[in-house]
Design a protein around this ligand. Structure first.
Ligand code: PLP
Length: 393
């Protein structure tokens, strides 16, 4: 008799394009930091399905809000007002830095970035966008053209014109490009896919000053760093980023706890350049997604997840110091890159064999952790015990 795993694997491989290398599990059910499989096994999820499960899997507050909304109205577009949309926009703006006062809802990270670049071009009347070596911004045409990481621009050919590459962390490389053709500077404030790379704190401040001086729109792509992941609501305005607030913040991933949703948070000044019909999307701002956004932000607040991230991060760092094979732990909060002396791939695989899901990155030596914000010290103990055993073996 074929197992459920074998059957599902066969069907997916027969009917779905093989665009992802999959782990040999069928995820059937989730609860908090746990994923339960078709074979009745339980996995500790330190990756959250590409950083989406911020509130954990199936947080009851989020699930109930989605169920309630599904009974009322699944969808209507932006042609009507919606209480669910009004509440989500108000809630999101209420947790954002004070100068980010308006929101545009869309459906994904790449769409948020496309719209952010478009808004910057509309606001300035200029075309070029500076992005950085190692940055990842999505796979649609303009966003992939802004992605100077690995093979992405190659995949996205022909690239959209108007993209310039600077070196992450090197303000002089930005200054050299920032002439009066430049509409925006866009960056992942912590470069996740590149292997969790941060710039020195002075870099963010210098970017802000440069943008002010040359009237360039500063965009933070917080698709990964946003919504509590770093132990603050956003990297924008946080201590780690020297309190710098950009003109636009883009969000997606964990914003809807698994319901697809993206957003651009913008200043009054940027908003003043955007008129009716300048931007649009059929599904953006749909009621189910909006209910998920409000409930996600409420769950983070109700369960005090930001404080949890900060305290469990420091415990995790303390415990990781025991592991000699670790060269460095990079990142902030629950966006962490564990750098090993050699390849991280066998460690990733050995952890999976011990039923712990982690992530890799484009840096072969870096293992990435993007766990739910409700991870506890006990889960950390379980992870560190498994990692020590693997490293010693
Ligand atoms: C920093 C960053 N920006 C943008 C994206 C694209 O988001 P999406 O896959 O929702 O289009 C990603 C996805 O991994 C990301 O990590």
């Amino acid at each position: 008799m074929k197992t459920a795993l074998a059957k599902t694997e066969k069907l997916e491989e027969q009917y779905q394009l093989a665009t992802y290398k999959k782990m040999p599990i069928v995820a059937e059910r989730g609860e908090g930091v746990w994923i339960y499989t078709s074979e009745g096994e339980r996995y500790l999820d330190l990756y959250g399905g590409h950083a989406v499960a911020g509130t954990g899997h199936c947080h009851p507050h989020v699930v109930n809000a989605i169920k309630r909304q599904a009974d009322e109205l699944l969808f209507y577009s932006n042609l009507v007002y919606s209480e669910a949309r009004a509440r989500a926009a108000e809630k999101l703006v209420s947790v954002a830095p004070a100068s980010l006062t308006k929101v545009f809802f869309c459906n994904s990270g790449t769409e948020a970035n496309e719209n952010a670049m478009r808004m910057a071009r509309m606001a300035t009347g200029r075309e070029n966008v500076i992005t950085f070596s190692g940055g990842f911004h999505g796979r649609t045409a303009d966003a992939i053209s802004a992605t100077f990481l690995g093979k992405y621009r190659e995949i996205g050919k022909p690239n959209v014109p108007g993209h310039l590459q600077a070196e992450f962390g090197d303000i002089e490389s930005v200054r050299a490009l920032a002439d009066d053709s430049v509409a925006a500077i866009m960056l992942e404030p912590i470069q996740s896919m590149a292997g969790v790379r941060m710039a020195g704190p002075e870099f963010y401040q210098a970017l802000r000053e440069l943008c002010d001086e040359r009237e360039i729109v500063l965009i933070y792509d917080e698709v990964q760093t946003g919504v509590g992941r770093t132990g603050e609501w956003f990297f924008a305005g946080s201590e780690a980023g020297e309190g710098v607030v950009p003109d636009i913040v883009t969000l997606a991933k964990s914003l809807g706890s698994g319901i697809p949703v993206g957003a651009c948070l913008v200043t009054e000044k940027v908003a003043s350049h955007i008129k009716e019909n300048d931007l649009g999307t059929t599904f953006g701002g749909g009621m189910i997604a909006m209910a998920a956004v409000t409930a996600t932000l409420e769950a983070i607040e109700n369960d005090r997840m930001l404080a949890n991230v900060r305290s469990v991060e420091s415990y995790l760092r303390e415990r990781l110091a025991e592991i000699e094979q670790l060269v460095q732990v990079r990142g902030r909060g629950f966006l962490l890159g564990l750098e090993f002396a050699g390849s991280a791939k066998p460690i990733h695989e050995a952890l999976l064999a011990k039923k712990i899901i982690t992530g890799t990155s484009s840096d072969p030596k870096v293992l990435r952790l993007l766990p739910p914000l409700c991870l506890t010290r006990n889960h950390v103990d379980e992870f560190v015990a498994a990692l020590s055993e693997i490293c010693q073996g």
